[in-house]
Design a protein around this ligand. Structure first.
Ligand code: ATP
Ligand code: PRP
Length: 219
């Protein structure tokens, strides 16, 4: 399956926080959507670059659209890519935006209190969490949640959480402590492997534009 013909490129953008940080990078790269994706209900946007269109989708869906070829290229958080597996995608560029850390956290002392039984961990990052605790040799029971992970230790649903931490404000506001960094996170460009071959020149050009946009934003 392929979402766009040989002379067009489809770029999938993550909605929400990443979109906020991506739009200035696009602008610095000279790419302008036909209308503002943050205020429009549209899902597909033409741009001022002939043959380049944008999809604006849920952050966790970007790897799926790109790996099936429904989009040639995408912007996705490293957290989402690790959870997806990512082996079927190229990852040519770290955009350095939407930076945060994937961490374990909980009420003070939570890791020690549960030393005699499997640790109960609430997260939406089930695969990443399983791999992390297997690596450190700790038995866990994972409770899958879709948001507000910080609530779980407060109401006895879990001993600890695995979630994103940036300023630490959400943890502090809920009396939780950060424990261990699992991964440093930022948004990455990802490319469909078939598109990388079939649309090599157009993709290289877009990756370079993004590289310039990201470094002029960082400056
Ligand atoms: P979905 O709708 O797919 O469940 P979501 O509701 O978690 O996603 P956001 O909260 O906008 O959507 O997060 C999207 C991405 O933004 C995350 O995958 C991560 O890469 C990044 N991100 C999330 N929280 C932060 C944060 N506090 N600081 C910096 N980046 C963040
Ligand atoms: C993310 C994450 C944390 C928070 C961390 O949630 O899940 O809750 O940001 O950021 P901080 O350390 O700066 O407080 P988000 O605000 O995106 O809400 P969500 O639960 O809807 O994803």
């Amino acid at each position: 399956m392929n979402g766009s013909s040989d002379d067009t490129l489809t770029l999938a953008l993550s909605k929400g926080r990443i979109l906020e940080d991506t739009l200035p990078v696009l602008a610095a790269a000279g790419i302008e959507p036909e209308v503002d994706p943050e205020s429009s209900r549209k899902l597909v946007f033409e741009t001022n670059q002939p043959g380049l269109r944008l999809l604006v989708i849920r952050a966790s869906d970007v790897p799926t659209f790109v790996s099936y070829g429904a989009a040639d290229i995408g912007v996705a958080g490293k957290d989402v890519l690790i959870e997806h597996g990512g082996a079927d995608l190229y990852e040519p560029l770290d955009l350095g935006i939407a930076r945060c850390r994937l961490m374990t956290a909980g009420l003070p002392g939570a890791m020690d209190e549960a030393s005699h039984r499997p640790l109960r961990v609430a997260t939406k990052y089930v695969e990443t969490t399983r791999a992390h605790f297997a690596r450190i040799g700790r038995q866990v029971e994972i409770v899958k949640l879709y948001g507000s992970m910080e609530l779980a230790p407060l109401v006895g649903l879990a001993d600890v959480i695995v979630d994103l931490v940036d300023t630490g404000n959400t943890l502090r506001a809920n009396g939780l402590e950060p424990f261990e960094v699992i991964e440093d996170i930022s948004a990455r460009l990802v490319v469909n492997k078939a598109a990388q071959k079939m649309k090599h020149a157009a993709i290289e050009e877009l990756v370079e534009l993004f590289g310039r946009g990201a470094s002029s934003e960082a400056a």
